[in-house]
Structures are given as structure tokens and as C-alpha cells.
Design a protein around this ligand. Sequence first.
Ligand code: AMP
Ligand code: MN
Ligand code: MN
Length: 328
Amino acid sequence: MKTADFRALTPEEVVARLKEPAPTLICFHTRPDGDAVGSAFALSLWLGAMGSSCYCVSADEVPQYLGFLSAGLQESVLPESIPTGFENARIVTVDTASPAQMGSLFERFGERVCLMIDHHGMGTPYADHLIVPQAAACGEVIFDLIAASGVDVPVRVSELLYAAISSDTGCFRYSNVNENTHLHAAALVAQGIDTAEINRRLFETRSYQSLKAEKAGFERLRFFEDGKIAIITFPYALQRELDVREEHLGTLIDVARCVAGVEVAVAIRGTAKGDFRVSLRSNVNFDVAAVAARFGGGGHVRAAGVTVSADSIEQAQDKILAALQEVL
Ligand code: AMP
Ligand code: MN
Ligand code: MN
């Protein structure tokens, strides 16, 4: 890949590029979250309003709890469902900081991405980009682009962007929230969207399977460094045994994070491929993205992720724990 050729674009340059109508594939990261799905479909509707046909695509399907975001817009986001007419499409990614986050899509589309719109401070750019680390969510970056374009978009866009922002801020609770985050949210609320319902779906609803996973995760919660580090390991065999899927494991990290005294929380899940998916969260001013970056991952100061290979989940835990102990 020709890293040196990638340019940081201004918002004006991005708007100018996107105003050119063209069939567009909008890619977002594996194990999609509310920011990825909300940003992608908001971008899709905005580009649609400017005359481009769009298709949102990810290596993993939209999880059930986020189905309300894509409902009525697309049946599926899997690459198998890309309609005809997108063979030579322009490819834009949202909320996707590194090639690794594109998963299997990177092999197929990675070289052809012409624009990445993102907000991760720690990542590996793979195309010309607009990356705004001060933005709490990629949805904020999309919001500003839409505003700069002066194009009228449907109210659905406001719902999608609000969900994107609320999702990445834990309902406006995390340290990534700033004045702009609230100003963006206020402008979206002014469109008459049902924020209580969006937040109920995002934060007040758990599938029975997620709760089952949390219960098992709680039993596997271990503490290190006088309770400053909390780690939950969740072997792939346990996923099979409980009949839960990867999409039910996203809240395991919250079980570890909320315990009093915990400064850094870690959740490690075994995957079907035999490697290990690691989520890191910091309750203090400790840069977990820097730790993730040591293993090839990235993210934000207080929320980061990486996939590591190891012979066993215990070995994966030892690797992460050693890296944390070195810096903590
Ligand atoms: P997760 O624990 O998977 O929810 O990830 C936490 C945060 O780190 C999210 O903002 C992710 O987008 C980001 N992240 C996860 N994996 C990577 C990676 N390989 N490179 C850069 N950022 C990542
Ligand atoms: Mn995301
Ligand atoms: Mn995000």
C-alpha cells in the first residue's frame, strides 16, 4: 500500500468530492456499533439526496439491537447482497480506523477506498481521509459535512446521527463528550426525533442472550493490581455452550468496567477463527489505545480494541496484562 500518497482532506474538499454523483459503497467496521451503522446510513441518505445511489456494506451483519437503524433502508449489509451496478462504485468508509477493522472486506475493497471519514485518534489510514479525533462519534463528522453542503436531508438522518452520537458516548456519559457533542445533539433533537425511544433501544434493552453472556462473564471476572485491572475472558467454547453469538458479547466489557476501583477493564473473547478479540476501556486518564496499538490495534484514549493471536485465551490474557502492568 502506498501510505505516503494518502492525504488529509478538508471538509470542503470532502463535500466537493461527495457532491459528484456516483454509485457509492459505504463500508463500515466489523462487529458494527451504533456509530458505524448510524453514520453509514446517514451518509447514504445524504448522498442519495445529492443524486448518488448508495449501498452500505460490512463484513458483519447489523446486530439485532441496531436493526431499527437500517430497517426499511436495506435488508442486509453483507457483501453477498451488493446489488448490480456497484461493480466500479466509489468506495467510502465511515468509523473505520484501520484495515483490520474492515475484516474480510479489506481484501476485496481495501485498495479501492477513495475516502475514509473517521474520528479515531489511533489508527492506520488506508486512503485519503477526514479524521476528526475531537469528534465523539463519526456521526458528528457526518453532521458537519451535511451542514456544510447546505443540502436538505430527511428527518431519518437526524435519528441516525443522534443514535450514532449517543451510542459512542454511552448516552452522553463518556469523557469524549464536549460542548460540540451537545450542540450537535441539540440540533438533532430540534428536528423532533424520539430520543427516549432511541436511547431505550440502545441502552435500556438487552437480549436474553446478552444477559446470559453477562452472567457467565461476571463469574469469570478476575482482578489484578489491587483491583485496578479487571479482566473477563470468554472462550469461544463458552459461546457455543451458551448458544450466544459475538453480537451478544459487546456488553461484557461494561460488567468489568463498572466495578468500583477499576481503572482499566479488559474483555477477551475467543473467536471462531481461533484468535482473540480484545476490548479495552479506561476509567482514568490512561491511554488504552496506545496499549492496543502495541498489538496492531487502536481506538481512542479511553476505548480501544485489537485482535491478537495466541495459543490459548490464558496466553492472550497474559500478553495484554503484561503490557498493561508495564505502563500502569
Ligand atoms: P471495541 O472494544 O471493539 O468496541 O473497540 C473500542 C474502540 O476501539 C472503538 O472505537 C473501535 O472502533 C476502536 N478499535 C477497535 N479495534 C481497532 C483497531 N484494530 N484499530 C483502530 N481502532 C480500533
Ligand atoms: Mn465504531
Ligand atoms: Mn465511532
